[in-house]
Design a protein around this ligand. Structure first.
Ligand code: SAM
Length: 284
């Protein structure tokens, strides 16, 4: 494909800037500009949007986000070797790309946000993908500073994010994501699309924040799901003992059978348990 800008093809960028992929940085690059364009379109429309991109690497997705009309891309990259390649993109699009060198896990987007909507779009480094997602899902206040997350994960992680109750994929991440957002898998990408190819299929996931998640204290919801899924094969009357209070009144208040197991309980049930736990603590 002819690049949508007049910058060189990505293979040439990689060669010129010595960007051989490092496993320690979770580097699996997307060099097909058709594919990066498809991801950017799935995250669109982007007019007026400030996009936060984590791990731009050689800049394939970055270029697509700019080509699709993002007002501004703020790109956070840990690999110093990528900075000169990214500087060429910034130069080609004055004022539309800010490249920040650093660790995305410690990144605070607040100083970079404009008046319009902000969105996080990324082909995430898989070794920190879940940690980054949890940090965005637990941000306060809620609704958050971003209007959407469009993120690439390993298929197995994507399935955990969107899983309904009743199966093996359903767990703490599904409850947190489903409580605060509407999450869905947009499409899959085969390993061969990446350089180097990862071992597994990847999935692009969209998470749209709910304006009003069911009310409960986030910290207590996380404690309840940690207890319940920490021993997911056990009945809740047993697994919830780690909360340090008698589980039976909690389960009764939440209208849940004491013999039920974590994976049978819908998000509403965990919210009810968190609220029951809050009531017990208020009395104490
Ligand atoms: N966006 C590029 C693409 O689609 O081809 C690269 C994606 S690659 C899966 C992940 C990128 O995240 C790499 O460029 C890697 O250097 C970067 N990265 C890894 N750990 C990081 C961290 N802690 N903070 C910021 N970037 C990181």
């Amino acid at each position: 494909m002819i690049p949508p800008d007049d910058l060189p093809p990505l293979r040439e960028v990689i060669r010129r800037h010595g960007l051989s992929a490092k496993r320690s940085l979770g580097q699996n690059f997307l060099l097909d500009l058709n594919l990066t364009g498809r991801i950017a379109r799935a995250a669109g429309p982007l007019d007026g949007v400030t996009v936060i991109e984590i791990g731009p690497g050689p800049g394939g997705l970055t270029r697509a986000l700019i080509a699709e009309g993002a007002a501004k891309v703020i790109a956070v990259e840990r690999d110093q070797r990528a900075l000169s390649a990214l500087a060429e993109i910034a130069q080609r699009h004055p004022g539309r790309l800010t490249v920040l060198e650093g660790d995305a896990l410690a990144f605070d987007a607040a100083p970079y946000l404009g008046d319009g909507p902000a969105r996080i779009v990324a082909n995430l480094p898989y070794n920190i993908a879940t940690a980054l997602l949890v940090s965005w899902l637990t941000t306060e206040p809620w609704p958050p500073w971003y209007d959407r997350l469009v993120l690439m994960f390993q298929r197995e992680v994507a399935e955990r994010i969107v899983a309904p109750p009743g199966g093996k994929s359903y767990g703490r991440l599904s409850v947190l994501a489903g409580w605060r957002t509407q999450a869905k898998i947009l499409f899959d990408i085969k390993p061969q699309a990446f350089v180097p190819p990862p071992k597994v299929t990847s999935s692009l996931v969209e998470l749209v924040p709910r304006a009003r998640p069911l009310p409960c204290e986030r910290g207590l919801l996380e404690r309840v799901t940690a207890a319940a899924f920490g021993q997911r094969r056990k009945m809740l009357r047993q697994s919830l003992k780690t909360l340090g209070t008698d589980p039976l009144p909690l389960l009764a208040a939440a209208g849940i059978e004491p013999t039920a197991r974590a994976e049978d309980i819908a998000i509403e049930g965990f919210v009810a348990l968190a609220r029951a736990l809050e009531a017990v603590r208020m009395k104490a």
